[in-house]
Design a protein around this ligand. Structure first.
Ligand code: NAD
Length: 294
């Protein structure tokens, strides 16, 4: 297929390269010229603006930071929606508010354009490997048409419901991960203060019910005081703010999410927003004055 790809950041660049490897034709744009040049070297056509990417394409894919960026590109500033072929589909892979996804889809519908919201989980390593997990919202027939395009970038592609369902599912993922990391930090810190080595706690419980992918990935980072991202606290604050907005709209109770969001905001104020989300441990370390060790 011929595809426009806008947003070649940590995630977008390897995703675009995987689409090229799968044989798709790509027209790409990002403000970051170095990223554009890299994807051009892999076979894409480099464009001077987002609007210039859409010529003759079957799909427009965006991988941008948050709702305002996607709205700006598609509807408000660049107005890509007005310039893209009416036969083309808009596929937003960014993690944005599901409310915004539905608003964008409604505007596109007025122009006769279909949309899928298709956020991912997996992070940069899986974007590079092409093993991301896609959570998709949209019509079944649109999903069927573009499933293989998404499968070129991921190992799991699941239709979760109508437009917005992809981002609702992504928000569920993000709050589960955030609360898991927070309680892991809380428990290891408490365990050490009660006199047991964190490494022993980890070894003893990782195979049981409390064990998790989060525990396996983040407990060693916490014990090493290694907070290199990974996934930054600031990006997670963005996602949890989107959880708050989505939950407020339907009156869903989210006390756990709210607590972890407050903790992350405090870390951000202390300059830790650039750290991996495993740095939630720092919140407990600052309160107790005790550093977690092996
Ligand atoms: P990033 O900041 O590395 O990349 C975003 C890119 O968008 C940048 O290159 C920026 O220049 C570009 N951009 C911004 N506004 C633009 C515009 N108007 N026109 C063209 N380009 C524009 O972010 P990322 O880490 O690639 O994340 C992208 C999305 O994927 C986010 O919603 C994020 O939450 C989500 N996500 C990230 C990860 C991760 O581990 N980094 C994992 C899963 C999902």
């Amino acid at each position: 297929m011929k595809i426009a790809f806008i947003g070649l950041g940590i995630m977008g660049k390897p995703m675009a390269i995987n689409l090229l490897k799968a044989g798709h034709e790509l027209r790409v744009f990002d403000f970051n010229k170095a990223a554009v040049e890299e994807v051009k070297a892999a076979g894409a056509v480099a464009c001077e603006s987002s609007v210039a990417t859409v010529e003759g394409v079957d799909a427009v894919i965006t991988m941008l930071p948050n709702s305002p960026h996607v709205k700006s590109v598609m509807l408000e500033n660049d107005k890509v929606a007005e310039h893209m072929p009416k036969t083309a589909t808009f596929i937003d892979c960014s993690s944005i508010s599901p409310i915004a996804s539905r608003e964008i889809a409604a505007e596109l519908e007025k122009l006769g354009i279909d949309m899928l919201d298709a956020p991912v989980s997996g992070g940069q390593p899986k974007a590079v490997d092409g093993t991301l997990a896609f959570m998709v919202g949209g019509k079944q027939e649109v999903f069927d048409k573009f499933k293989d395009v998404l499968a070129a970038m991921g190992s799991s592609v699941v239709l979760c419901g109508n437009v917005g369902a992809g981002n609702v599912t992504k928000l569920c993922n993000q709050t589960i991960v955030a609360v898991n990391i927070a309680v892991l930090a809380e428990a290891l810190q408490m365990g050490q203060m009660c006199g047991v080595e964190p490494q022993k706690i980890f070894e003893a419980i990782k195979g049981g019910l409390a064990g998790s992918t989060v525990m396996n990935a983040k407990a060693p980072m916490m014990m090493d005081q290694n907070f290199q991202p990974g996934f930054r606290i600031d990006l997670h604050i963005k996602d949890l703010n989107n959880v708050v907005d989505a939950a407020k709209a339907v009156d869903a109770p989210i006390p756990l999410t709210q607590s972890v969001l407050e903790m992350m905001k405090i870390l951000h104020k202390d300059g830790d927003g650039v750290c991996d989300h495993s740095a939630l441990l720092k919140y407990y370390q600052k309160l107790t004055g005790e550093v977690l060790h092996h």
